[in-house]
Every structure is written in C-alpha cells, then in structure tokens.
Design a protein around this ligand. Structure first.
Ligand code: SF4
Length: 351
C-alpha cells in the first residue's frame, strides 16, 4: 500500500515537473520569437505542446497562406520539409526555419525531379499534376499542383484529350481517375506510410464499436486519401461520413447532434478537436495513424532553431519561380470553401 502511494506520488510529481518544463520552454520560445520578430507555425499533426506554442496551427496550405501574409521576418515552420519549402517559395523575402532537417515525408520522397523528367519523356505532351506533398524541384517540373480538395477540379480544367501524369499519391490518383471518368490519367505509385493504419477494416471496426458516431475524414497528406478512394469505390459506406477541411472539421462537432466522432486522419488533429469541443468524444479511426516525421519537432528543437537561426530552408530562384507557377495555378482553380458530403469535389484547403 505504502509503495503504491509512493509510486502514485512519484508519478504526480513527474507529471508536474514535465508540465513545468513544458511551460518554461514555451515561455522561452515565445519571448525569443518576439525578440526575433518570428512567427511560429505548426501543422495539425505536430505534437500537442508544439501546437500550443504556435501562433497559428493549420494544414499546409493554411500555413503557407499564413506564411505569405505575416509581417514577421522569420517563420519557424513546425511541419515537414516540403511544407517549409512551399512557405519559402511563397514568401521569398522571409527567413524560413525548420527545427529538424530530418522531418521529411515518405510520400514526397517517392518521386524525385529526375524520375519525373524521365516519366515526362515517356509521355510527351502530357500535363503534369502534382499533389502538394512534393519537393520544390518536383513542383518546378509540374504544370499544376493540387490539394486533395481541388484535385478533381484541376483535372477537369485540363482538356479531355490531353494525357495527364498524376503524382505522387496513388490513392488520390485512383480517386480522381474514377470521379473524373477519364482513362488518360497515368498515376505514380507513391503512398504515405501513415495511411496503412487507416484501413477500411480499421474504420469498420471503430464504427462497429461506436455505432452512433459520426465519421470525420480529413484527406490531408496521404494519410487518409485511401479512405477517400475506398469511398468513391463504394468500399466504405458513406452515410454518416463528413469529408471536411481542417476548419470544417474543427467546427463540425459543435453543429452536429452526434456526441461521438471517429476521426480518419493522422492522430495529431485530435488535440485540436478535443480542445475546441470539450463536451464531445473523439476516437481515432486508428491509433497507429501517426506520422513520425511530424513528431520529430519538439519544443527544445524549436527553441534551438530560434537561438541559432537554423535550419534555413531556401529554394533557388529558378526552381522557386517555376514551382510558384504550379502553386498559383492550384490556388486559382477552386476557392477555399470547405467541402462536405461523402466524396466531395469542392475546393477544400485539405492539404
Ligand atoms: S502523414 Fe504521410 S504524407 Fe503527411 S507528412 Fe507524414 S509521411 Fe508525409
């Protein structure tokens, strides 16, 4: 009994020490950010304590827009490398810092600019559409970028007789091919490792355990585009399913009569959902759906990044100019209206 009490007291003590350490680090980061005229941007999939210290939390497109709009001189980008590159492309006069250079993306890594050039040579005249989860060099070789929300609109804007090379996400490519009804879309076989946790089977299991729960799908990154694809194929029943942008997802529980929600995306977004909707209950479609690249950014790394002004993410002016053209075309096609419904083709700032 005594030892049980001792260990409980010890655990409480440790938790208090951890909370104090986190609060102290966050205070240091905020103070140094003010001194440096820096803004801290964090992706929805980052660790909770990193989200909590950020000036803005959102999806990668939202973060890029914030990066372009900010008056700050320095942007500390708590996300993965290709997202920091996108911020650098859209905000060339600002210093963009990535706290951990190893924060990559398994989906973006499936295709290099050299591989894309070789693929284009096999399909002369084809239009290249790249999901935003790509490096700056791949974007520079692309005609259009797209998000999961406006991919179908981008495809529909391309003349029906032109071949299309769609990359790198196989599931999103299969989805747009089915929804658009075009058979001249060639799809790169890339995938994000995180989606492997969010299978139709895992989702069905959770729906069986929580039959009254509404399902929220946020097809950001490649982590849940397989769910989108399974719905358009009819492999997942679409009743009670909402496909939403980040902001739509945060707002949906308040307007819904449901009290329980199953969330099909990377688990990091649960932190924001729970904080914004404390009376509702959220379950991950799969607890395995965690992106370890996103979790590489820790508070000590954010602090060090500001102290040493590292690691600067730059994109050469030539690549940036060509990549910007593809990104601007993405923004020009479709607005930013949140989408809803089982398989929406409306523009959505999804990724
Ligand atoms: S969730 Fe997947 S697609 Fe998104 S950053 Fe992580 S590895 Fe890349």
């Amino acid at each position: 009994m005594t030892s049980l009490h001792t260990s409980e007291n010890g655990a409480r003590h440790d938790a208090r020490n951890d909370a104090e350490r986190v609060a102290a680090l966050q205070a240091e980061i905020r103070a140094l950010a003010a001194t440096r005229n820096a803004v801290v941007l964090a992706h929805n999939y980052e660790r909770p304590e990193v989200q909590d210290v950020a000036h803005y939390v959102g999806d990668s497109l939202g973060l890029s827009r914030e990066a372009a709009a900010t008056d700050a001189d320095v942007i500390v980008f708590c996300g993965v490398h290709f997202m920091a590159e996108t911020a650098a492309i859209l905000s060339p006069s600002k210093t963009v810092l990535l706290p951990d250079l190893n924060a990559g993306c398994s989906l973006a890594d499936t295709i290099t600019a050299e591989q894309l050039i070789a693929w284009k040579a096999e399909h002369p005249g084809a239009v290249v559409v790249s999901y935003v989860n790509t490096t700056a060099a791949v974007k520079a070789e692309s005609d259009y970028c797209c998000t999961s929300g406006n991919a179908v609109e981008v495809i529909n804007a391309i003349p029906a007789d032109r071949d299309i090379l769609f990359l790198p996400d196989f599931f999103l490519g299969a989805h747009v091919r089915r929804v658009s009804g075009r058979d001249n879309i060639h799809v790169w076989m890339g995938e994000c490792h995180v989606h492997a946790g969010i299978t139709p089977q895992a989702l069905s299991r959770q729906r069986g355990e929580h039959p009254d729960a509404e399902v929220l799908v946020h097809p950001e990154c490649g982590c849940s585009t397989n769910v989108l694809e399974a719905m358009s194929a009819g492999d997942i029943a679409s009743d009670g399913v909402q496909v939403l942008s980040t902001e739509g997802m945060i707002r949906r529980p308040e307007s819904s009569s449901a009290t329980d929600f199953i969330v099909a995306t990377e688990t990091g977004i649960l932190h924001r959902l729970r904080r914004a909707n404390p009376t509702k209950t959220f379950f991950a479609a799969s607890d395995r759906a965690e992106c370890q690249y996103m979790k590489m950014t820790t508070l000590p790394k954010v602090l060090r990044s500001l102290e040493r002004m590292e690691h600067r993410i730059t994109v050469s002016p030539d690549i940036a100019a060509r990549a910007r053209r593809a990104l601007e075309r993405m923004v020009a096609i479709g607005g930013a209206a949140p989408s809803s419904g089982p398989v929406s083709t409306a523009a959505d700032p999804g990724e």
